[in-house]
Write a protein that binds this ligand. Structure first.
Ligand code: LMR
Length: 288
């Protein structure tokens, strides 16, 4: 665990709690303020450190602070982590932080650098489960496309409950095309408004979901959403970290191919890609 020197005491408190929780799988804890020590031999890096967004702030406001943090951590990971390190970026702007990390750690394979959109994916599952009054575990194959921001596109066109399409079960396209989308897009802001702090439990839990599925694989017939390096699939410009539907097997993710994208969805996929293109150039200008 890495934190900045002013937080060293609090970090030590977390270490004490981890010991006190007596987790049977916990073999040891390193709590440090030295980025090189923190990265040594790491196999899975969950990057939660960053300047947090406060109420009323847009994610772009935290851009310049966070991309410089990611540039520094990229170099430490590249030098000290295991050569097959898997990286999950959680801190915002997550997609662009991951992209900067990728650019400044060129020896880490691009397939090993991802960002968290599983939180949004789980939020979409939650909204559908509440609407249909079904167990959240029975809702499958929603998709989050694009940026972990308010331009993301939560898509239910391929989602099911049991063997029935979600669109057919909800039977209210108006709700699915408006309120459902904005609720998921704005959920991070709604949590900040309510808690005066950003999401914690749901974010941590979805980071665990992301890593578990990446390492152990997704169940057959199920896809999840991950922010990954675009290879041009679905007409999304290469060189962006963009959230796609993926399946995972043997520690590798693969973008689900061949899904039908209607005109409504196409516009939404492109709008969130456009925001990522702008974030990318803003990030580069902050670093220069
Ligand atoms: C969230 O989605 O809850 C977090 O990313 C908080 C934020 O800044 O949106």
């Amino acid at each position: 665990m890495l934190d900045i020197p002013p937080a060293a005491e609090a970090l030590n408190g977390v270490k004490m709690e981890l010991i006190d929780a007596a987790f049977p799988l916990l073999k040891g804890v390193v709590a440090t303020t030295d980025v090189e020590e923190a990265c040594k031999g790491v196999n899975i890096a969950v990057m939660v450190g960053g300047f947090p967004r406060k109420e009323g702030m847009e994610r772009k406001d935290v851009m310049s602070k966070n991309v410089s943090i990611y540039k520094g951590q990229a170099s430490a990971l590249e030098k000290h982590a295991a050569s097959d390190v898997k990286v999950l970026v959680v801190a915002n702007p997550a997609n662009t932080n991951a992209l900067i990390l990728k650019e400044y750690a060129p020896s880490i394979p691009e397939k090993n650098i991802t960002c968290l959109t599983r939180l949004d994916h789980n939020r979409a599952l939650g909204q559908i489960s509440q609407r249909l009054n079904v167990h959240v575990g029975d809702v499958k194959n929603v998709i989050i496309w694009g940026n972990h921001s308010s331009t993301q596109y939560p898509d239910v066109n391929h989602a099911t409950v049991g063997d029935k399409p979600v669109r057919q079960l909800v039977a209210d396209d108006q709700w699915l095309n408006t309120e459902f989308i904005t609720t998921v897009q704005q959920r991070g802001a709604a949590i900040i408004k309510a808690r005066k702090l950003s999401s914690a439990l749901s974010a941590a839990s979805s980071a665990c979901d992301h890593i578990r599925d990446w390492v152990l694989g997704t169940p057959k017939g199920t896809h999840v959403s991950m922010g990954v390096y675009s290879d041009g699939s679905y007409g999304i410009q290469e060189g962006l970290i963009y959230s796609f539907p993926v399946t995972c097997e043997k520690g590798e993710w693969k973008i689900v191919q061949g899904l039908k994208i209607d005109e409504f969805s196409r516009k939404k996929l492109d709008a969130t890609a456009q925001e990522l293109i702008e974030e990318k150039s803003l990030a580069h200008s902050c670093l220069n």
